[in-house]
Design a protein around this ligand. Structure first.
Ligand code: TYD
Length: 204
């Protein structure tokens, strides 16, 4: 029951990283063994790739970015997912749905190519559960804070397309929960914690 891959998805500024960190604190408290990482990023090699993709100085084309996201994912698959898959809970900040939402619904790269590349790296591995952090349209963009990277600078229309893409992807999933990021953090922490208890069979 314990060994699940749980993914946190959403557009930039949706609060997914905050909630992933809250879940990891909770799992620590409950002494549940887990690994967590972000994409792009994760291993030392993947963090190097992250820096090349997201630097403001990057002039890479959209297909180059796609290949780099997948390159970083392969490092994570080999070094973080495979060794832990039946041993620990795996929490991931963005995963395959981000690639479809950004590279296909945002940048119009062919869907089949993205599916083929994900399959090439992951085989038929799929996350067991997805928390999707939804940003109501009027709040899109306003939440993005901190240091801006190359992907924090697109217009509202772009993020709306990406979010609509995420929603299309989610419609096909059964194991998901949509979190409304305009609700208070406290409220959402509680909802997510209750769901985590159910997914991982934890008793409060
Ligand atoms: P992230 O670190 O989650 O950004 P933030 O902290 O601003 O939410 O992700 C970095 C960017 O990478 C984000 O804008 C989305 C983009 N991305 C893709 O375009 N495709 C992908 O496959 C992944 C994993 C991320």
């Amino acid at each position: 029951m314990y060994k699940k891959i749980i993914v946190f998805e959403g557009i930039d500024g949706s609060g997914k990283t905050f909630h992933l960190n809250e879940v990891s604190k909770y799992l620590n408290k409950k002494k549940v063994r887990f690994v967590k990482f972000r994409e792009p990023g994760g291993t030392i090699n993947s963090e190097i790739i992250r820096n090349i993709i997201l630097t403001n100085k990057s002039t890479f084309k959209k297909k180059t970015d796609l290949l780099l996201y997948l390159a970083a994912r392969n490092e994570n698959y080999e070094n973080l997912i495979k060794p832990n898959i039946n041993k620990k809970v795996i929490l991931i900040d963005r995963f395959i749905d981000s690639t479809m939402a950004y590279q296909h619904y945002g940048f119009s790269i062919n869907k089949n190519i993205i599916n083929t590349l994900n399959n090439f790296v992951l085989g038929n591995l799929k996350p067991n559960f997805t928390f999707f952090h939804y940003v109501p349209i009027k709040y899109i963009k306003q939440n993005i804070s901190g240091e801006k990277n190359k992907y924090d600078k697109f217009n509202k229309k772009f993020y709306k397309n990406v979010q609509d893409g995420f929603i299309k992807i989610l419609k096909k999933k059964t194991n998901k929960l949509i979190i409304d990021s305009s609700k208070t953090k406290k409220y959402n922490v509680e909802i997510i914690k209750n769901k985590i208890n159910k997914i991982l069979n934890i008793h409060d």
